[in-house]
Every structure is written in structure tokens, then in C-alpha cells.
Design a protein around this ligand. Sequence first.
Ligand SMILES: [Zn+2]
Length: 147
Amino acid sequence: MDYYHIIRYALKTRNIKVERWVEEDGGGWAYITDRKVIIPRPTSIVGFARCWHEIGHFDLNHTNKKRRYIEEYEAETFAIDKLKHYGVDTKSYTRIAKRYVMHQLQNSFKRGHTIDKVPVEIIKWYGKNFNQYKKKVENLIFAYEKS
Ligand SMILES: [Zn+2]
């Protein structure tokens, strides 16, 4: 499948300009009001998904009205739905997405957000693995802060 072609077309039809292409593991960014985007080259499933994640921020009109982790969750599930739409295996990207959203959620907790305020939909998305992801991300943050 030609990921490049699909992404270029998706950007064109939405009138979104590419400010810069970055490597696949580089971070993307969506400038909603300027309709510009920084996205990874979609050379693999992960890159393809990350492009859809940024496009998702436009389609979902994310302008920082919601908490960051909620917008990131919505963009990630948008991307995963696109993978499914194109018949791409979602297993490995879903793990990456869940770690990423958990990281954002932990940032919210640090600022006083509490578990009872987390939308049920997000808790359900993690299912029985919620605590497992929480632990894994906590350990990663701990290792990072120690280094
Ligand atoms: Zn995002």
C-alpha cells in the first residue's frame, strides 16, 4: 500500500500544508489554526499511524479545550480506526498508542487530575491492562527522571 499517496491525498483534501516531514520516530505536531502540520514520513505502519494521528487533531478540531490526554486519546483512536479502514494490522501500534496516552494521563495526575475524572471510555480502552500500562509508564518516567 502506498502510504505516502494516501497521506498526501488526505492532507490535500483537508487543505493542510506540510510544514516539515520528520523521521518516523520524530514527533509530529498539528497547527490547527494555521492548517499546517509536522509529520513523520509514512514509511511504515507506525509512521502511517502517526500521520493519521496528526490529521485526527484537525478532523476532531482539537484546540486545547479538553485535557491533553483526552485529545491525544481521541487522536490515537482516530489513527487506529484509519489503520483498520486500510486493512493494516493495529496490534503493535495500539500498544504504542496506549503507552503514549498513559504518559499524558500521568502528566495530568501530576497536576492534580484524579482517576475518577478519567472518562469511562478511556478506562475501557485499556480494559484489564490499565494498571499494567500505568506501572510500565511510571517505571519509564522514574528511569528517565533518575538519568
Ligand atoms: Zn497528538
